[in-house]
Design a protein around this ligand. Structure first.
Ligand code: ATP
Length: 362
């Protein structure tokens, strides 16, 4: 699998740890007797097929809980039918949850009235769909301005803001074109600019790039990483593509049959799969491109701590292999002036082979 995972720092300072969304005990069950399923533990523990047989219901989301932290890209990943879209649509009640709680910035989403919900979807948590719903008779600029128009922003201001975001997504010079005069990737950029222009606190992406050819898709992924870096906007991103999840996600929730089977950083998911299902899922991932030297290092002797190439703790094993091969000596993992540990040939090969214990050094 061709994959490059950019080394990214987790959000720090004010951004770290503050939840935008907090979800607890969330269920979405489709079917006539939906309410019974979360209420009766015996039903909740059945397999999807057993549940369908016993009750005629489908539990698309089953007892899910997680936080989306401010400034992170939170990826919801899983195979088709695992419940990703249902889960993300429940966040703004595009689908009504059956049970559980959802809060945005501490406010109870399930208690919101219609007006408040409209405000939530327009201003606070905007959804970017795979087919962006561009208006064919409008120009690029007017399509981008459309979300602002709905918000009641005046014409001069919305044109100015729209122009700014057209430039931001790299479509300068195409303001007067219509959607039919654009490539698929350019249309996606218009949709992205439209979502960004309304300046929502959170952007929710539902597999926005799955219809694109691989090169344009990579372009758009890089665009999202860049926009995220520039703006630190909180993003929830649905995908069934593991490579995309690893590339974009600060954290990934891996779903199966409506449950989250593991929630963690790309490194945690690849380095310490929670069960055989996850292990199988990530089996073909080049581990050296995801696992960092912080996880791969061992304690350094006094002599090792004094010399050798220096790496940041967030450097990947792949980068370390290059440094060690170049110099022929173990690489030091440095945090400021402090040596946290070293990685040598043996440790690095163990990661590539998947036989390391990943305990790191103190
Ligand atoms: N309106 C509905 N009525 C009944 N069952 C539904 C409904 N919507 C979704 N489901 C079922 O809920 C489960 C989860 O569907 P969901 O669309 O959330 O999965 P997904 O992971 O987003 O899949 P995909 O990647 O194919 O979009 C599936 O079994 C699906 O058939």
């Amino acid at each position: 699998m061709a994959l490059t995972v950019p080394t990214r720092k987790p959000p720090t300072g004010d951004l770290a740890g503050t939840p935008v969304f907090r979800v607890e005990g969330l269920w979405k069950v489709f079917g006539a007797k939906a309410d019974r399923v979360p209420a009766e533990p015996e039903l909740g523990s059945l397999t999807p097929a057993e549940l369908r047989e016993r009750t005629g219901c489908t539990a698309a989301v089953r007892d899910v809980g997680f936080d989306v932290r401010k400034g992170e890209v939170f990826v919801v990943m899983g195979l088709s039918g695992s419940g990703k879209s249902t889960l993300v649509r429940c966040l703004t009640r595009l689908i009504e949850p059956t049970a559980g709680s959802i809060a945005i910035d501490g406010e109870d989403v399930r208690a919101m009235d219609k007006a408040r919900l409209r405000e939530l979807r327009r201003h606070r948590a905007a959804m970017v769909f795979q087919h962006f719903g561009l208006l064919p008779h409008r120009t690029v600029l007017d399509n981008v301005a459309y979300g602002l128009e709905i918000q009641g922003v005046g014409k001069a201001e919305r044109r100015e803001r729209a122009a700014e975001f057209v430039t931001k997504v790299g479509l300068e010079g195409m303001e007067q074109r219509r959607p039919a005069q654009l490539s698929g990737g350019q249309r996606q950029r218009v949709g992205l600019a439209r979502a960004l222009a309304v300046d929502p606190e959170v952007l929710l992406f539902d597999e926005p790039f799955s219809a694109l050819d691989p090169l344009i898709r990579r372009d758009m992924q890089e665009e999202v990483v860049r926009l995220h870096r520039e703006e630190s906007r909180t993003m929830v991103f649905i995908t069934h593509d593991l490579g995309e999840a690893l590339k974009l996600g600060d954290r990934i929730a891996l779903m199966r049959d409506g449950r989250i089977v593991q929630l963690g950083t790309p490194e945690e998911i690849v380095g310490s799969p929670a069960d055989d299902y996850v292990r199988d899922f990530v089996r073909d991932v080049p581990r050296e491109q995801v696992i960092t030297v912080r996880a791969a290092m061992r304690a350094a002797s006094a002599e090792e701590a004094a010399k050798g190439p220096a790496l940041s703790p967030d450097a990947t094993v792949s980068e370390a292999i290059e440094a060690v091969a170049r110099t022929g000596s173990p690489a030091r993992v440095m945090d400021g002036g402090r040596c946290l540990g070293v990685v040598d040939h043996e440790r690095l090969l163990a990661v590539v082979a998947g036989t390391e214990h990943g305990e790191g050094a103190a």
